[in-house]
Ligand binder design. Structure first.
Ligand code: PLP
Length: 416
């Protein structure tokens, strides 16, 4: 518990130091703006690596979809991460960023066989999640070892959109089909070198993880050539002071215990992989936008922002909570506001939220905006996407230009 309080304290301290930097970033690069503190990413990476130091052959694969800017990917590589990818584009970007083929795992869901073949041609690790795609693969590439994503039949995760491991989910191979795949392996039609399970995101209950881990070990025993056990991502970060987070030491201890109970892991020197996104980058990110108006109606006070769900969709899509700080006026009396975007639909970022006195022109900062924020932004309403900036060694470094109208018009064909 003390360690937990300590971490919150360090986090707050870090943020207070960052307020100055965030203000500076907005003045220099405008808004809306994404800012990432690389020292937070580094600390998260070290915490995870350190927590698992007792586990031999442990590897962290960063879930590229959570924050896909090439400078972030290269930073992950510098830290020693591999890459978890879900599209052939992510695979290619990973290779461009210098990741080795064997450090990139491609875990597609429902993609065309052509895309799987492209990944095969690029010689990255392939992790298939349907019997149908495995059968197609075995017809042409029976000697290329693959991993399989197994549906653990567990309902866990912070929101229904990120709870992907239950038996009605489109993800993963139902366990009933595993004997058929083992039979294919016996007939030398396929080689299964890895077992993968990803249950969901924002998981804090160790029981849920443990249940999934036990399933991985059980499944692994069905196959003869297993070299990799991949436990997916889903580690939870705190969203507000006192909020829960996944306890890394408890997590690594439970994996360690299962390894000790299953001698085939050490005997075969199996590689143990975790592939977090949110845990590594969530807390590093800040999203800054200006207050266009403070609009009063008889019942409400709306803070109308210079942004919308086109830039920042998590509060709307996942109902996620992000702390909001008025960095222009952080220490004034607090009032209750509905914080909304400018998109022509309901895009409520926060309802009845207490924020330090908000005025027209103030800059608001959303915390925990590193994962699934910029990477999920779109050009809806023909809006351009924000610039992205890093704080690194106390300097501000731009890592993505703000878009302009050409980004929207490019590729469109005028037939009149
Ligand atoms: N692995 C897989 C297969 C995923 O689908 C996801 C997220 O969707 C992740 C890892 C990363 O999850 P998180 O960001 O919650 O750690």
């Amino acid at each position: 518990y003390d360690l937990f309080l300590n971490l919150i304290y360090i986090f707050e301290l870090n943020f207070n130091m960052n307020i100055k930097k965030l203000k500076e970033a907005e003045i220099k690069f405008g808004n809306p703006l994404y800012v990432y503190d690389l020292s937070i990413i580094e600390n998260q990476f070290k915490e995870l690596k350190n927590g698992f130091r007792n586990i031999k052959n442990f590897k962290i694969n960063f879930a590229a979809k959570s924050l896909s800017n090439i400078s972030i990917l290269k930073f992950m590589k510098k830290l020693g991460a591999g890459l978890d990818t879900v599209s052939i584009e992510e695979v290619k970007i990973g290779l461009i960023c210098g990741f080795n083929n064997e450090d990139i795992t491609f875990t597609p869901n429902g993609v065309s066989f052509n895309e799987i073949e492209e990944a095969y041609n690029l010689k990255v690790k392939i992790n298939l999640d349907s019997l149908e795609s495995i059968k197609d693969f075995s017809k042409k590439y029976s000697s290329y070892p693959i991993s399989i994503r197994v549906n653990p039949n567990i309902l866990s995760g912070g929101n229904k959109n990120v709870s992907v491991g239950h038996d009605e989910s489109k993800f993963g191979i139902p366990q009933d089909y595993l004997d058929e795949i083992a039979e294919m392996e016996n007939k030398k039609n396929i080689i299964i070198e890895g077992i993968h399970i990803h249950t969901g995101s924002d998981i804090v209950e160790l029981d849920n993880f443990q249940e999934a881990f036990k399933k991985i070990f059980l499944v692994a025993k069905k196959f003869k050539n297993v070299k990799i056990l991949n436990f997916g991502g889903g580690l939870k970060i705190p969203y507000f002071e006192g909020d829960s987070k996944t306890n890394i030491l408890n997590l690594s201890n439970s994996i360690k215990k299962l390894i000790n109970d299953n001698s085939f892991v050490t005997k075969n020197n199996l590689k143990i992989i975790l592939e977090p996104g949110k845990f590594l980058v969530g807390e590093s990110g800040y999203f800054l936008t200006k207050v266009n108006y403070v609009k009063k109606t008889p019942n409400k006070v709306f803070v109308q922002l210079n942004s919308g769900f086109n830039h920042f969709i998590r509060p709307i899509f996942y109902d996620s909570y992000h702390e909001i700080i008025n960095i222009t006026n952080p220490n004034d009396k607090e009032y209750e506001y509905d914080v909304v975007g400018y998109v022509c639909e309901q895009d409520n970022f926060a309802l009845k939220r207490k924020i330090s006195n908000v005025r027209k022109g103030d800059i608001l900062c959303f915390k925990n905006a590193g994962a699934y924020c910029s990477s999920m932004s779109s050009n809806y309403n023909s809006r351009i996407k924000p610039a992205e900036v890093c704080i690194w060694k106390n300097k501000l470094v731009k890592i993505k230009e703000r878009e302009n109208l050409n980004n929207i018009l490019n590729g469109q064909i005028d037939i009149f």
